[in-house]
Write a protein that binds this ligand. Sequence first.
Ligand code: ADP
Ligand code: ZN
Length: 293
Amino acid sequence: MRIGAIEAGGTKFVCGIGDENGIVLDRVSFPTEQPEKTLGQVIAYFKDKQVEAIGVGTFGPIDIDPNSPTYGYVTTTPKPGWSNYPFLDTLKREFDVPFGWDTDVNAAAFGEATWGAAKGLDSVLYYTIGTGVGVGVYAEGKMVHGLVHPEGGHVLTRRHPDDAYEGFCPYHGDCFEGIAAGPAIERRWKVKGSELSEDHPAWRMEAFYIGQALANAILMISPKKIILGGGVMHQLQLFPLIREEVRSNLNGYVNAQAIVSGLDDYIVPPGLGDNAGLCGSIALGLQAWNQNR
Ligand code: ADP
Ligand code: ZN
């Protein structure tokens, strides 16, 4: 079976073809520009690919309420041209196949629950810590949408006592994203995160913030696993530091084996690696196909 997948990011689009086992058969990528141009490239790519369904996991905010007149739109993004853009309708006009549509991070959570590090679990959180921070919530076997969709990147965090950086979120300043996403690291330390040494104090501070957000999420959602992806999490030395922060924040209160003695298997990198997003979109496409049978 051939399923089309679109991982629509703020900086680049990845399109690909996958099968029903989440195997990526083909992939291409291009920069995110004006929607007419970028979606034109997407349409041209899928034109002769004979896919049976297409899954879209996209940057947001987006409208994912099927009963809304603007279902399938990107809503309030500052990205030039994309605000109030009918993303999904533009594709539906070209391809008469079932479409799956969700946030990039919900898709990644779903992909990881289907084929990755959370395979077989009915509950997982997926964080991407990159240019921004996004959180996908998969709970009780479904992507969580709620009122809009979860925006756990913007939760408020307690300041680290040694941190003088004010945060870059245009809405909240020093919310989790504003204080911990890639650009915050770069502005605080005046050098790109990828250029900081493994033992630089930046990583303890980073783990301090991530550990708070995760402890709050564990208390709120009680996920069965937490997956951390995105560019910043290529710094694998963060994982033990984050687990330590989570343990210390929860301080024995959540009495589950995964927390008490299993944190190494509870807070983990994506099992699908850098394919987490694309595989998530394949999973969305497959789900849409199954629902239309
Ligand atoms: P995006 O969030 O735009 O989809 P990424 O997940 O690659 O893309 O995140 C990009 C951000 O992550 C940038 O701020 C970059 O500085 C940071 N980043 C990328 N690679 C690394 C790395 N190896 N170590 C630390 N930070 C990194
Ligand atoms: Zn914010």
